[in-house]
Design a protein around this ligand. Structure first.
Ligand SMILES: *Cc1c(COP(=O)(O)O)cnc(C)c1O
Length: 363
């Protein structure tokens, strides 16, 4: 094979096509660039993904989490149970509103928050549970919602990696008080930067809209203290173009994953629970912790980009390390996982190469 044919296959490939560029230019030429008609249309269209009555667009997934927590009234003295095996934003949002994250362990198979661990952590200060649908694989919402109902707790779903994932046909983002999505470039769809909060509660949606815009509905008639977390119309226009592709891209990701499930031999492939629709933001396998660096290097030599999400669980990052919690399943996953390219722009030839490279690993 020539060097041209053996181009490096990146772990993610954000898509910015002509349609996205045209949409951005159209908005720029219109002069209506701040939160306007494109944002309103994007919010309405995204309710089809979230399966909720309302969606409120913001400037990032992290803002979406923060805004939802603020609208829920979560603040100082409150505890929110979160998984440590996630992107730091999940816990950071809790800290940013002045509350305390309490780290739960995960299930060994799904990498998602373990309802038994959650149950053991519920105390007098607990106000909410934040499941993260990691890698696009839905958490066990059946057990988590039952647990939350029993204890009178709210659920805030971090669906920032899980656009279109479902449990028994019900979309993630529609199970709790609110759900949050990210439109960062490497996510399954993007708006350059951006985020969305989903909810079925009209009053809650109004509070979100106030909070993202200085507490105003009418200009200069500020009702409450708010932030500026507005999405631009340029972002929304790009997001709408991407949303039009999401179903096809998701089907391609799932087809790629199905080939990996059937053909990969040297690694432990990710199981999916009955009734769960995994949308493969990442295709994440496990190898022996002692062999992972070697596996990453061997894949790189074969022209296949792989990556570790996340090498350090949140409870071991500097801002949280003082909490000194023991999460053995999380620690093990952080040492063993590795994600291979599963994005929809992979060609059949790319897929063949990824499969051959993984199956040739000497571990
Ligand atoms: C990406 C991500 C976020 C944050 O989204 P941003 O748009 O980058 O702010 C939050 N939680 C999880 C699990 C994510 O993957």
């Amino acid at each position: 094979m020539s060097d041209e044919q053996r181009e490096f296959i990146p772990p993610a490939r954000p898509h910015i096509g002509e349609a996205e560029i045209e949409a951005a230019v159209r908005v720029l030429r219109s002069g209506m660039v701040v939160q306007g008609p494109e944002v309103a249309a994007f919010e309405e269209e995204f309710t089809k993904v979230s399966g909720t009555a309302h969606c409120v667009a913001v400037n990032s997934g992290t803002s979406a989490l923060q805004l939802a927590l603020l609208a829920m009234g979560v603040g100082p003295g409150d505890e929110v149970i979160v998984p440590s095996f996630s992107f730091a934003a999940s816990a950071n949002a809790v800290r940013l509103v002045g509350a305390d994250p309490v780290f739960a362990d995960i299930e060994a198979d799904s990498f998602n928050i373990d309802p038994d661990s959650v149950a053991s952590l519920i105390g007098p200060k607990t106000v909410a549970i934040m499941p993260v649908h990691l890698y696009g694989n839905p958490a066990d919402m059946t057990r988590l919602t039952a647990l939350a109902d029993r204890h009178g707790l709210a659920i805030l779903e971090d669906a920032c990696q899980a656009h279109g994932a479902q449990v028994d046909g019900k979309p993630v983002g529609s199970f709790g008080k609110a759900g949050t999505f990210s439109f960062y470039p490497t996510k399954n769809m993007h708006s350059l930067e951006g985020g969305m909060v989903s909810t079925d509660d009209a009053q809650f949606a109004r509070t979100l809209r106030l909070l993202r815009n200085q507490g105003m509905e009418q200009r200069y008639a500020n009702e409450i203290v708010g932030a500026n977390m507005r999405m631009t119309d340029v972002s929304a226009a790009i997001g709408r173009v991407q949303l039009g592709q999401l179903d096809a891209w998701t089907e391609q990701r799932r087809a790629n994953a199905a080939r990996f499930d059937a053909e990969l031999k040297t690694v432990v492939t990710p199981p999916v629970a009955a009734g769960a629709r995994h949308i493969y933001h990442q295709y994440t396998v496990r190898v022996d912790a002692a062999e992972r660096d070697s596996a990453l290097a061997q894949l790189k030599d074969a022209g296949v980009g792989s990556a570790v999400y996340y090498p350090t669980p949140i409870h071991k990052l500097i801002p949280y390390a003082h909490m000194d919690v023991d999460l053995p399943v999380t620690d093990r996953a952080a040492a063993e996982v590795l994600s291979i390219p599963v994005h929809p722009s992979l060609t059949e030839g790319d897929l063949d190469r990824v499969i051959a490279a993984v199956n040739a690993l000497e571990l």
